[in-house]
Design a protein around this ligand. Structure first.
Ligand code: ADP
Ligand code: MG
Length: 273
């Protein structure tokens, strides 16, 4: 197993994943809508661009222009690397009726990615969101085989470090939309929102990280213009701080996809990207 790790661009996330992501492996970022999955995955791509890598963003539900214009509101210019031929964004739609032919189609899908990424030169790929694949499909087995093939092909044929995002239903404690993407991935990061005394706080949990000494505490984070995802103290530390100042409610909020949290020292990302 390579000791070299791929930086996410988020210093605290690199630390709590045990040093960053393993090159060439696939990771899942899951959570309800609006929790920051697209922004975290764009942060990961922006870090690759900053390091002079070629990267690709595959949208499965939104128009690319909307995503890239949205990234501008965070101060991230993806248009320039796109024009320079270092960033390869594109859209793919997969419909449930295509799943009957999943074996043929998953290969066609990967072939499209290889073609669009100029024969696999890219080192980072984001598929956002994988849950949009075959939305509403009746045949769960076909969806499962389809996603499994896509992950195998991505790892074997392209070899880029990949983030798949996954929307999960509101109020659910599932880790993924179809219930098995987490087994196929080398790591799972769960984003959520908790109500802390009337204030919505963003949470991040490294739920699984293969071959890594990960920190499984629940962290809080903010989305900041020009800097992206900024991880703050753990949820526990934040609760204690608010309790100390007499403003926190005594009830423990339930973070999505989360059973327990251990108290950890508060840290904060500070390096701008
Ligand atoms: N420019 C911005 N500055 C601060 N927060 C932002 C900005 N743009 C979006 N957000 C926050 O990010 C959230 C959406 O994040 P996103 O990554 O699109 O979520 P997801 O992909 O999980 O649905 C919005 O609900 C908003 O709160
Ligand atoms: Mg999104």
């Amino acid at each position: 197993m390579s000791l070299t790790r791929v930086s996410t661009g988020i210093p605290t996330l690199d630390r709590i994943t045990g040093g960053g992501l393993i090159p060439g492996k696939t990771y899942l970022v899951s959570g309800e809508t609006g929790v920051g999955k697209t922004i975290l995955s764009l942060h990961f791509l922006m870090e690759g661009l900053r390091r002079g890598e070629k990267v690709s963003y595959v949208s499965l539900d939104e128009r690319i222009n909307g995503v890239l214009d949205g990234a501008m509101t965070l101060g991230w210019d993806f248009w320039t690397p796109y024009k320079e031929g270092r960033f390869f964004p594109f859209e793919i739609r997969i419909y449930s009726e295509d799943l009957g032919r999943y074996r043929k189609d998953s290969r066609a899908y990967i072939d499209t990615i290889i073609k669009m990424t100029r024969g696999g030169e890219v080192s980072r790929i984001v598929l956002d969101p994988i849950s949009a694949m075959a939305f509403g499909a009746a045949d769960e087995y076909a969806v499962r085989e389809y996603i499994r093939e896509i992950i195998v092909y991505l790892e074997e044929k392209i070899g880029a470090t990949t983030i798949l995002t996954c929307d999960i239903p509101s109020g659910s404690t599932q880790l993924s939309r179809f219930g098995y993407e987490e087994y196929l991935s080398s790591g799972v990061i769960v984003l959520g929102l908790v109500n802390l005394d009337g204030r919505l706080v963003r949470t991040l949990l490294v739920r699984k990280m293969r071959w890594s000494p990960a920190d499984h505490s629940i962290y809080t984070f903010e989305i900041v213009r020009g800097r992206g995802i900024i991880i703050g103290p753990t949820l526990r530390a934040l609760q204690q701080r608010l309790a100390g100042s007499g403003t926190a409610s005594p009830t423990t909020p339930r973070a999505q996809g989360v059973q327990t949290g251990s108290p950890e020292g508060a840290t904060r990302d500070s390096s701008p990207i």
